[in-house]
Design a protein around this ligand. Structure first.
Ligand code: SF4
Length: 201
């Protein structure tokens, strides 16, 4: 039964992926090399949502495979998880040129895909990585994130018809430590919260 459900979710994700690969809904389709749909377990209890693909993600069509991805892998390992046990996606599926920040019209065009990914996977816990995913996900539940410093490491109990009950934990984007190494201690503390909540599911 559980296996059939997982296969069903995988089939739905595969169908959605085909749709996203063909998407031209915003200008980013003109400059992308590959669409970065997302990857991981279709039945993951924990879903990570980042901002947008960077250079290496665009080259390989996979999320978090550059320097920030190495930080994410280390953080995952520090709480005893691997990529295959979680699901990793981004707010935008195509790389903004020169890694500029996502624009409102791009977020508006792309997030229906993220919504559908979340609705298929129905994670029990969502960890948002950075400003954009935090604002977007908390905003869906009517919570305003005024700054990362005020919301990181907190556990938000949210619910909606589409997602059911879900715990949202915002933290900083792993790329933060690449230019602010001193943030690693803060991020590790957030990940201790993530670990303890995950183990309590
Ligand atoms: Fe489509 Fe999203 Fe890519 Fe824009 S970023 S072209 S909306 S898949």
């Amino acid at each position: 039964m559980a296996r059939a459900l997982e296969q069903n979710k995988q089939d739905e994700l595969d169908k959605l992926r085909e749709e996203v690969l063909a998407c031209t809904a915003c200008q980013l389709h003109k400059t992308r090399t590959n669409v970065v749909f997302g990857e991981g377990s279709p039945d993951a209890k924990l879903m990570f949502i980042g901002e947008a693909p960077g250079y290496w993600e665009d080259q390989q069509g996979r999320p978090f495979v550059g320097s920030a991805g190495k930080v994410l892998d280390k953080l995952l390992a520090s709480i005893g998880l691997s990529r295959s046990e979680v699901y990793i996606a981004n707010v935008l599926k195509c790389r903004p040129p020169k890694n500029r920040e996502p624009r409102p019209e791009e977020i508006k065009a792309c997030t229906p895909f993220l919504d559908r990914q979340m609705a298929i996977i129905r994670p029990k816990m969502i960890c948002t990585l950075g400003n954009y995913s935090t604002s977007y996900v908390l905003g869906k539940f009517g919570i305003k994130a005024s700054s990362m410093s005020s919301v990181h490491g907190r556990v938000y109990r949210c619910s909606s018809l589409l997602l059911g009950e879900v715990l949202v934990i915002p933290t900083y984007h792993p790329a933060t430590v690449l230019y602010k190494p001193y943030m690693m201690d803060t991020i590790k503390k957030d990940w201790e919260v993530i670990e303890s909540v995950y183990k309590s599911l």
